[in-house]
Structure formats: C-alpha cells, structure tokens
Design a protein. Structure first.
Length: 137
C-alpha cells in the first residue's frame, strides 16, 4: 500500500529569467494506485498532471498492462484465470478465484487449436477448469 503525504506552500522562486510563483500540493490527493487487470494487485502509480484530486480512483483504476509479477508468470507459461460459467461480460469477466500458470507444452496438448504465442492470458469457465483437472485452493 502506498501512503504519500506531501506538504506544500506557495513560494516565490527567483531564476535567471525572473521570479516565478510555484504552487505545490498540500497532500497526496493527486496520487492513485492502479490495479493489475490480471491478478488484481497494485500495479502502477497515477499522478495527475494538474494536481487535481484523483484520490477517489485509488485502487479502482485498472491497468491493462500486467504487473511485474504477472509479467514473470507470462514468461513461465500461460496464465489461466477461472471465471463463472456463462459470463456475459467478456471485457472484464467475473473471476471466481482460480489462478494458475501452465507451461506452454501442457496448454498445447490440452488446447491444440489455440495459438498461445500472443495470447498469454486465458479466462476459462469454472466447469471447463474442472474438466481439465484445475482445482481452486
């Protein structure tokens, strides 16, 4: 969890081009943490360029870029995430808690008609997970 407190004040700063007024921020309200789309853990820090309050986005904004941990998993194999059966929201399916990393060779044997060279994340319905022997812990 990221806790940031930034103290600020209005002050004049003199440079070789004249005096400029610097408005700094009073607190960390312009900072928010995104969530990894794959695993749901904290991923990236958002900073608003104009220092407006974005604190309500903290832990609610989703980054489609996998976090470092998921990038390592993707190097090891295919990430399989269980979703509920007959899910209608294909853009962000309801996850049911299953998360596995399966080697490429095993995935090719289970799903010979699917090319996993570009698609390294697979959302699989609970019933299909059970049929191929994947058990949630």
């Amino acid at each position: 969890m990221l806790n940031v407190t930034i103290k600020s004040e209005m002050k004049n700063q003199t440079t070789n081009k004249g005096t400029v007024m610097i408005n700094t921020v009073k607190d960390g309200s312009f900072i928010a943490m995104t969530r990894c789309f794959v695993c749901g853990e904290g991923n990236e820090i958002l900073l608003h360029r104009r220092f407006k309050d974005i604190s309500e986005l903290n832990n609610k904004a989703i980054s489609k870029e996998p976090c470092q941990k998921c990038k390592e998993y993707i190097k090891q194999g295919i990430i399989v995430i269980s979703v509920r059966d007959n899910e209608v929201d294909h853009a962000n399916p309801y996850r049911t808690g299953g998360f596995w990393v399966i080697k490429d060779d095993a995935m090719k044997r289970m799903f010979p008609n699917i090319d996993f060279t570009k698609n390294r994340i697979l959302f699989l319905e609970d019933s299909a997970c059970g049929k191929i022997g994947l058990q949630k812990q």
